[in-house]
Design a protein. Structure first.
Length: 213
C-alpha cells in the first residue's frame, strides 16, 4: 500500500474511532449510578482528547517519502481497536474503588512521557517510518534511557486504559497492539541503522524499557 493510500485510511479511521468513544462516553454518562460511570466517562474523554491532539501527526504527509508503510495501518488499527474494545464493552466495575486511580495515574504519566518524547524528537518525529537526509541522533530527555520512549508512553497509556475498562476483547487487542509495535520498532531500526552514530547509540540503550527490551 502506497503512502497516500495509508494516509487516506488513517483519515477514515480517526473519525470512526472518535465516534465510538463519544458513543461510549454518552452511554457512561446516562448509566444508572454516579460512580464509577462518571469517572469512566471522564477517563474516556481524556483519552479522546489525546487521540485528537495527535491527529495532525497521524494524518499528515511527511515532508519526504516514507521509507516503509506496511506497519503503519496495522499499528493504527490495533491502537484504535484497543480503545474501542475497551469502552464499548460493559464496564466491569459496579462500585467505586481507590484502586481505580492506579490505571488512570499510569495512563496520565505515560501520556506525559509520550508528549515529552515527541517534543524532544522535534521535526524528526513522524507516525511514518522516515529517514531524513540530515537525520541526526537525539539522545536527550527520555532518549537518554530508551530508544523509543514515545512507543513506551503509548503502550503504557493504553495498558492503563485497558486495565480500567478491563474485558477479554480489549486485552486481546492490546496484545495485537504490542505485537504491531514490536514489528514496527524492528522495521524502524533497520531504516535508522545506517544513520551515522545510531548503532553506537542503540548499543547502550533498551528499545522500550531499560533492563527488559
Amino acid at each position: 500500500m502506497n503512502q497516500r493510500a495509508v494516509v487516506l485510511c488513517l483519515r477514515a479511521l480517526l473519525p470512526v474511532a472518535s465516534a465510538a468513544i463519544v458513543v461510549a462516553i454518552v452511554l457512561l454518562l446516562t448509566a444508572d449510578g454516579p460512580a464509577p460511570h462518571l469517572v469512566a466517562a471522564l477517563f474516556a474523554s481524556a483519552y479522546l482528547l489525546w487521540i485528537l491532539a495527535e491527529a495532525r501527526i497521524s494524518v499528515r504527509h511527511p515532508s519526504q517519502s516514507a521509507a516503509e508503510n506496511s506497519t503503519l495501518l496495522p499499528y493504527a488499527l490495533s491502537r484504535a481497536g484497543t480503545a474501542m474494545a475497551a469502552v464499548l464493552w460493559p464496564l466491569p466495575w459496579d462500585r467505586w474503588s481507590p484502586w481505580l486511580i492506579a490505571p488512570i495515574a499510569v495512563s496520565a504519566g505515560a501520556v506525559a512521557l509520550r508528549l515529552v518524547a515527541i517534543r524532544t524528537l522535534g521535526r524528526f518525529y513522524s507516525h511514518h517510518v522516515v529517514r531524513y537526509s540530515d537525520h541526526s541522533i537525539v539522545s536527550t530527555g527520555p532518549y537518554r534511557f530508551a530508544r523509543h520512549p514515545a512507543y513506551t508512553g503509548m503502550l503504557l497509556a493504553n495498558a492503563g486504559f485497558v486495565a480500567f475498562f478491563l474485558n477479554p476483547l480489549s486485552v486481546l487487542m492490546f496484545v495485537a497492539l504490542c505485537t504491531c509495535v514490536i514489528w514496527r520498532i524492528l522495521v524502524e531500526e533497520r531504516v535508522l541503522w545506517v544513520v551515522p552514530g545510531y548503532p553506537d547509540y542503540a548499543s547502550g540503550r533498551a528499545r522500550l524499557i531499560p533492563g527488559v527490551w
